[in-house]
Design a protein around this ligand. Structure first.
Ligand code: PLP
Length: 371
């Protein structure tokens, strides 16, 4: 019998999404690094990305990249969270590329690469205002680039890049991308050769591509979100784009099983303290309503806002660690114990569900290697 809760991964839909993302980019002269961290490092998702034309596989976690390599991904691996000094020896064995923003780490990485007998490729990050990782000063970026080029023999300066939107909510406008292009030109002037990579950001940097505002100097994007949840109504709203609608919004879905069905009051009965998460919650009194209790909870998916029930007329009204309450008063379908409810998922729910040991993973469709 199928185990539940179940995370269903439809590789046909996933690959169609990835192909679409890669084709949008390649029309603009941009190569894609396929970011698969939202799946908690599902190797089959990395194989799909490779089959769909990604030039690198990227993640913020070394363990995930190691797993993908083990599974047979042949394209270069890219570490996209600036690494810890303590993981550099492992990193040079697993990854050919990494994003960097500290001089001391670059020097330690150079030594680690030499120890391993490898040349490791680095992309120096410029912080253009989002205030997470990256060199703030152009002069410092250029100095470190020059030093990497001339002194650090274990490293190849592959390029520069930026990240926007993750902390500071800064939008990757054509203007920001132009600034990155100018930074790249300053580095190229200092080292006297063209850079292989100018990496313009993540899913949010697809918007200047759609608008035809991406400077030709930007030749790489690191894309995760678009391929996995790009078409969700909410994602389209965040980016204000209908273009994303052509993607599938159900490549990864959740199935949860109904364990109780009853009509109950909507306002708790008794003196109220705090809920399972230690929070004082608010309850709207809507009288008695029919609800289904599901065997999946916040411990698995995080926040109920990240679940989109596919049962018409239903609404998720709350959860504890291991239970979810679904209002089904307005549903036409008769719901009974043992029924299965399907959900589309926002990014953070996929992130959590894919790493939960309580959630079974079912993969359908051929994986990777179709090219
Ligand atoms: C997660 C991440 C990405 C991918 O972001 P999406 O919005 O999922 O496309 C790109 N770059 C870095 C540095 C990241 O951490």
């Amino acid at each position: 019998m199928k185990k539940r809760p179940a995370l269903n991964i439809d590789h046909e839909k996933l690959r169609e999404n990835m192909k679409t993302v890669v084709s949008w980019c390649s029309e603009a002269g941009i190569d894609v690094a396929g970011v698969f961290k939202v799946t908690s490092g599902l190797a089959s998702a990395a194989l799909d990305y490779e089959a769909c034309g990604a030039k690198w596989i990227a993640s913020s976690r070394l363990e995930q990249l190691a797993r993908a390599k083990e599974a047979g991904v042949g394209i270069p691996m890219m570490m996209i969270r600036v690494p810890m000094i303590s993981e550099l020896d492992d990193m040079v064995k697993v990854c050919e590329y990494s994003l960097q923003s500290e001089f001391s780490t670059l020097k330690a990485l150079d030594e680690a690469a030499i120890r391993a007998g490898k040349i490791h490729n680095v992309i120096l990050m410029a912080d253009l205002g989002d205030l997470r990782e990256g060199f703030w000063d152009l002069d410092e970026l250029v100095d470190v680039a020059k030093y990497t080029e001339e002194v650090l023999t274990g490293l190849n300066l592959a390029g520069i890049g930026t990240n926007l939107g993750c902390y500071g909510s800064v939008i990757p406008t054509g203007k920001k991308m132009q600034q990155l292009a100018e930074y790249a030109e300053a580095v190229e002037a200092a080292i006297g050769r063209p850079l292989e990579i100018v990496s313009g950001g993540a899913t949010s940097s697809l918007m200047p591509v759609f608008d035809g505002k991406m400077p030709s100097k930007i030749n790489m994007l690191r894309i995760g979100g678009a391929a996995f949840v790009g078409a969700l109504e909410e994602t389209c709203r965040i980016y204000g784009r209908r273009e994303l609608k052509v993607l599938h919004d159900d490549a990864i879905t959740l199935e949860a099983e109904v364990i109780e069905v009853r009509t109950k009051p909507t306002h708790p009965v008794g003196e109220l303290g705090v809920n399972a998460f230690g929070k004082k919650a608010k309850y709207r009194d809507r009288g008695d309503r029919r609800r289904a209790l599901l065997a999946v909870g916040g411990a698995d998916f995080g926040e109920i806002d990240d679940l989109l029930p596919q049962l018409p007329g239903s609404e998720v009204i709350g959860c504890s660690g291991d239970h979810t309450i679904l209002d089904i008063e307005d549903c036409e379908r008769i719901i009974k114990v043992g029924d299965v409810i399907r959900f589309k998922l926002h990014y953070s729910a996929i992130l959590r569900l894919s790493s939960s040991e309580n959630v079974a993973k079912y993969e359908t469709g051929e994986i990777g290697c179709l090219l």
